[in-house]
Design a protein around this ligand. Structure first.
Ligand code: ADP
Ligand code: MG
Length: 690
């Protein structure tokens, strides 16, 4: 149960004035469903505007405020074209106010011909014409909000405008309750951080680094504390000691010797499994570093001890692939391996469920379907989670509730994240690193190509296919809208298909699983030569015969993501090529980042240097979505503040250390509020359970 003090923050956004059914969706798109989400929708940046009398006084490229009188509305002939309103300044200079899509409705209403309006926006040149595209503000008088010289700019979604968002934020801020302080007073004073509520007010008003830091720190503290609670809770839980006798592992006949890193990781896992408290271990290893056999050895230890093991994959495709691989490798051991996905129905499903209940199935691979209420196990002792970053801690906890006693957990990830972020994201786990690749890998020839040479690239793909080889073509996921991205992928697919015919297949996240799998299978079997995809192919997919990868607008991807994508090629004995198509002229950092991709294939090095490159100069709002578990804290803030938050959290955890200290203290009680605020409330649940 959430503490009452927080209720005003969890009120649905609809409760705010002016939020009707129409605004609901655009707000949801930004993840703004409750009052607190809106209050925490921090400005991406601030603009300072220059108020000008006439267009002659304005500088192109600057943010201006000016009084203009509309003279003419002109819709474009095509539906998709712009809607333009021509308007004059005081002395008759003309400027076009340009709108796309649904914004033209606003223009019609707000810019009546012949009536003076105050307009704020960025002045640009379009041909021989001055224009302002989608003005930020249109008002009848030069009211206070318009005249604000330092104005916040918020991320928007279609259907929202800056003034709309500002108005909502103002309401949300007015509803903020006063909360007790959870930050250690000495730290607060030393850093000069404002109180929580003040900090939120301040960050919306101006670029205020201490306020921003405080809010980021709050998030980091909540996270560290929650992870520590998981760890503490785990130590108290009773698991089962798993001691294998080696009988099953001895029957494996792997076609290669294990690398030293694999042997070391298996040893660490074996040590954990032999303990009473459940294992919580992360296996971190680059794409192709050989995590699957490590997982298999771990699962066989469970089997040797007479128990079951489950492997959870994020997608159907991956589950299927793991199943095939594991079944093949495990064949000589006689262990029964099964596959369970959401698509299994009727008889087949029943028989798998029976097998899990009676223990005749020893290893099961699957998607989320593995952990539905209807699925019961005889004695599940080990859960392996592939591509850990797709699952949150919360899901992991829910799933750990499946075993008769707390099962051991081995999480695996190929996302090469830097050490600081590993701590932030997986702080509750022990880490094994596969920092060595199996021998004999061919380096991937990586090149950066400008998008305007796309015809050459298409021709190269054609030659590649004509030579009987396979290729990937990856279209970017841009953050505005998944549907737009899919539209772009579909358009690219259509063009490539027209050129190359039936050899081309398309995969993206909105396809029905059957359709997607059918396409993947055509590609994996070699029937299709070119796979056009959004980033859904990012993880796992293994087609050794694919030796060329094209990544469109590579500069938009995180390096970790590029690295993972690139890891799809270079898996066979043939030499592989990766072409990074850059869509825009690159910034200095952008250039260095892509150069780094050319230079190395070491995922850990890429992760560290990428962090370094962006760390200091990271702009607000340029964060790669989903890269960290944080909404507020930037990479730079994580690096700077995480270890402080960590030790502060540890202080709070030491409940027995001192009279009046720890989580039982007033500050500890405040910190619990913080856990709810950042929806790490599973931490509090654990607290209660213990
Ligand atoms: P990951 O899941 O870490 O990306 P995989 O487990 O899929 O990597 O392994 C990638 C490939 O390397 C597989 O074809 C696997 O059989 C092979 N492999 C794994 N370990 C070794 C090893 N020690 N020596 C040679 N090849 C290996
Ligand atoms: Mg894998």
């Amino acid at each position: 149960m959430r503490p009452e003090a927080l209720n005003p923050l969890f009120v649905e956004a609809d409760a705010l004035d002016g939020v009707g059914p129409k605004l609901r969706r655009p707000l949801e798109k930004l993840g703004l469903t409750r009052v607190k989400d809106i209050a925490y929708h921090l400005p991406e940046r601030f603009v300072s505007r220059c108020a000008v009398e006439t267009l002659d006084d304005a500088v192109e490229g600057e943010q201006i405020i000016i009084a203009l009188t509309p003279t003419e509305h002109r819709a474009s002939r095509s539906n998709r074209g712009p809607y333009r309103v021509f308007a004059q300044d005081r002395i008759g200079n003309v400027c076009a106010l340009t709108f796309f899509g649904r914004a033209s409705f606003t223009a019609k209403k707000q810019l009546p011909v012949g009536e003076k309006r105050w307009v704020a926006g960025k002045l640009e040149r379009y041909g021989d014409m001055l224009q302002i595209v989608h003005p930020d503000h249109i008002a009848q008088d030069s009211g206070a909000s318009l005249a604000q010289l330092n104005e916040p700019v918020y991320a928007l979604s279609e259907g929202l405008t800056q003034p709309r968002v500002s108005a909502l934020i103002e309401q949300a801020l007015a509803r903020l309750p006063e909360l007790p302080e959870w930050i250690e007073p000495g730290l607060l004073a030393r850093e000069g951080w404002p109180a929580w509520r003040d900090a939120l007010h301040l960050t919306h008003k101006s670029q205020h680094p201490p306020a921003r830091d405080r809010l980021a720190y709050d998030e980091l503290l909540a996270n560290s504390l929650a992870l520590m609670l998981v760890r503490a809770d785990n130590r108290r839980r009773i698991g089962q000691r798993l001691k294998g006798d080696g009988s099953l592992r001895a029957r494996l006949s792997l076609p290669f010797p294990l690398t030293a890193a694999q042997r070391r990781s298996i040893g660490e896992i074996e040590g954990d499994l032999a303990q009473q408290s459940p294992m919580l271990r992360l296996l971190q290893g680059d794409v192709g570093s050989g995590k699957t056999v490590v997982a298999l050895e771990a699962m066989l230890i469970a089997n040797e001890a007479g128990k079951q093991a489950a492997m959870l994959a994020p997608t159907e495709i991956l589950a299927r692939q793991h199943y095939e691989t594991l079944r093949g490798l495990a064949a000589p051991t006689g262990v029964e391996v099964a596959l369970l996905t959401g698509r299994d129905k009727g008889r087949a499903r029943e028989s798998i469920l029976m097998g899990l209940m009676d223990g005749s199935i020893q290893i099961v691979v699957g998607t989320h379907a593995l952990f539905q209420d209807t699925v019961g196990y005889k004695d599940l002792a080990l859960v392996v989670i592939d591509e850990q970053h797709r699952f949150g801690v919360e899901q992991r906890l829910r799933l750990a509730a499946k075993g008769r006693r707390a099962p051991h957990t081995l999480a695996m990830t190929a996302t090469p994240i830097p050490r600081t972020l590993t701590l932030a994201q997986y702080g509750e786990m022990d880490v094994s690193r596969l920092d060595e690749m199996p021998p004999g890998r061919q380096p991937i020839d990586t090149r950066v190509v400008a998008l305007d040479r796309i015809e050459d690239v298409v021709a190269a793909v054609g030659r590649h296919m004509a030579a009987g080889q396979q290729a990937y073509w990856v279209c970017p996921m841009v953050r505005e809208s998944e549907m737009d991205d899919i539209a772009a992928a579909e358009a690219r697919y259509a063009a490539l298909k027209e050129r190359f015919g039936a050899d081309v297949v398309l995969v993206h996240g909105q396809l029905r699983p059957e359709v997607k799998d059918a396409a993947m299978e055509r590609f994996a079997s070699g029937a299709a030569k070119l796979l056009v995809a959004t980033t859904v192919i990012e993880v796992g997919v293994d087609v050794p015969a694919a030796t060329l990868m094209v990544i469109e607008q590579a500069e938009r991807f995180g390096l970790a993501q590029l690295h993972q994508l690139r890891g799809r090629v270079g898996r066979g004995s043939e030499k592989s090529v990766c072409l990074l198509l850059r869509g825009a002229p690159l910034s200095e950092t952008g250039r260095k980042r892509l150069a780094l991709m050319r230079e190395t294939q070491d995922g850990f090095r890429i992760a560290e240097e990428d962090l370094e490159l962006r760390g200091g100069g990271e702009l607000l709002g340029t964060r790669q979505s989903g890269e960290t578990a944080f909404r507020i804290a930037t990479l730079e803030q994580i690096q700077r503040l995480l270890s402080v938050a960590h030790s502060d959290a540890r202080l709070l955890m030491e409940r027995d250390a001192k009279e009046g200290g720890g989580l039982a203290s007033p500050r500890g009680a405040a910190a619990r509020l913080l856990l709810y605020l950042f929806e790490r409330d599973w931490g509090v649940q654990l607290l209660r359970g213990g």
